[in-house]
Ligand binder design. Structure first.
Ligand SMILES: C[S@@+](CC[C@H](N)C(=O)[O-])C[C@H]1O[C@@H](n2cnc3c(N)ncnc32)[C@H](O)[C@@H]1O
Length: 450
């Protein structure tokens, strides 16, 4: 007698384990994604993102971000791992599953000592009135996961587990099972940082410790936050995936021409069009996102006419020589960079976004001068948002395809479709290491109004 109260008092007096706040915030952020369907980009926005996350010291912010991003990247595998270890998942267990998920992410995928991951998780379980009943289970599961890590990982079919069933069926149906597997495997790699430089890619690659891709982008694995990298403050480059850099490049000979960038925010493609000498009108429906266009262009010392408007209702005062339409889409080509997309999107989103894209194309085509060129792009792997839009546009309007030559996109022959459009897949653009390989999945077509 007497031992128990004493032990309890001692444990109550103990200060929280270091790192507890980070893991608790990671649990809350995962709940925000899965339960409230909030996108990671919004949660991690430096000025408007999750308050608790923003209040953390910089080092902890980075750790929380690394845990949440890895938890989403490996969500399917972690679910499979937990399912192997928990025979009957308990009900009404509070945040038990999210706590286990955060701990499993660290045990299986991050360089965090096992004892730290497990003991912090146990503190979280203890502090959660509903999860507390399952403390023994949590402890046993996490300790076994630490001990049997290799065997557990080896038993999971990672690429398949990483993709929700509906998306797997789509990719396997569209590209074949083997390509679906390669897409999923590429999405499991943490991507490098891609930059579009104003000039001298070789010089910037050397200064930043990166490589120059055949498509012209500079690629690096950055240790420091982006704003601290050389050339950022001076406005010498902007962050843009190698595939996202391709669409503006297809508008050639635009110096001095009137070019519309529809759905422009945050402005990566706007910057490229201005760099090519065009007089750019950047249109986007979101005032908040347009602030980022203005900030980005200011930093880069570039300027454009900025219009806050809905492409479906706005009408330009005069037609354009060329239009870039980077339409809103399911973004299933960007899961490498945005692993939340895999779990946030729903099958019905494909249809509603494809409808919206079709209506946007119909409007954009009317704003072209005769002979004017439309480049349409989406960062989706779904044919409804790409190949089908091209067929529909050719059927509805007097347009001709201007086929892309592989030479225009750094010799990426495998990405040029027989139709002359571009279809990039996340496993293409092989680099010296898996981390330095891959690109976003995009569809891009170039059409001329006759
Ligand atoms: C794929 S993002 C554009 C990315 C941008 N082109 C870039 O390269 O940085 C799609 C954009 O479409 C905008 N958008 C969505 N619906 C719109 C509409 N009806 N009219 C205008 N912009 C719209 C969103 O606010 C979002 O910024």
């Amino acid at each position: 007698m007497g031992v128990r109260p004493q032990t309890q008092a001692a444990s109550e007096a103990r200060p929280p384990a270091p790192g507890l706040a980070v893991r608790s915030i990671a649990v809350d952020l995962l709940a925000a994604v899965f339960d409230r369907r909030q996108p990671l980009d919004a949660l991690f926005d430096p000025s408007t993102g999750d308050n608790a996350w923003r209040a953390l010291p910089e080092r902890d912010r980075r750790l929380a971000r690394a845990i949440v991003t890895a938890a989403l990247r490996h969500h399917g595998e972690i679910e499979a791992a937990l399912a192997r270890l928990i025979e009957r998942p308990p009900r009404r267990a509070g945040q038990l599953f999210r706590i286990l998920e955060v701990a499993a992410t660290q045990l299986l995928y991050l360089d965090v000592p096992d004892h730290a991951a497990v003991s912090i998780a146990m503190e979280q379980v203890t502090a959660d009135r509903d999860a507390l009943h399952f403390k023994g289970l949590a402890n046993a599961v996490l300790r076994r996961m630490g001990r049997e890590r290799q065997a557990i990982l080896a038993a999971i079919d990672s690429p398949r587990a990483a993709v929700p069933d509906w998306l797997w069926r789509r990719w396997a149906g569209t590209y074949g099972e083997d390509a679906a597997r390669r897409i999923a495997a590429a999405n499991l790699e943490e991507p490098a940082l891609d930059l579009t430089v104003k000039a001298d890619p070789e010089g910037w690659a050397e200064r930043l410790g990166g490589i120059v891709l055949s498509t012209g982008s500079v690629r690096l694995v950055a240790d420091a936050p982006v704003p601290g990298l050389p050339g950022f403050a001076e406005g010498e480059w902007w962050v843009q995936d190698a595939a996202a850099a391709l669409p503006p490049r297809l508008l050639t000979g635009i110096a001095g021409k009137r070019v519309a960038d529809l759905c422009a925010a945050p402005g990566g493609k706007t910057a490229a069009l201005i760099q090519a000498g065009a007089k750019v009108t950047a249109v986007d429906i979101s005032l908040e996102r347009l602030k980022r266009v203005t900030a980005n262009l200011d930093r880069l010392g570039l300027s454009a006419e900025i219009v806050a408007a809905d492409v479906l209702t706005w009408t330009p005062p005069e037609p354009f020589d060329a239009i870039l339409l980077d339409a809103p889409c399911t973004a299933t080509g960007t899961i490498r960079r945005h692993p939340d997309v895999a779990w946030l999107k729903r099958p019905e989103d494909v249809k509603s976004l494809a409808d919206l894209q079709g209506r946007m194309i119909d409007r954009a085509v009317r704003w072209l001068k005769p002979g004017g060129v439309l480049v349409y792009a989406t960062c989706s792997l779904e044919p409804e948002e790409g190949e089908h839009q091209m067929a529909r546009a050719l059927h509805r309007h007097d347009l001709e395809i201007l086929p892309v030559d592989p030479g225009e996109i750094g010799g990426l022959t495998e990405a040029v479709l027989p139709s002359g459009a571009i279809r990039t897949l996340p496993f293409q653009l092989t680099g010296p290491t898996p981390r330095l390989s891959g690109l976003d999945g995009f569809f891009v077509m170039r059409l001329r109004r006759r």
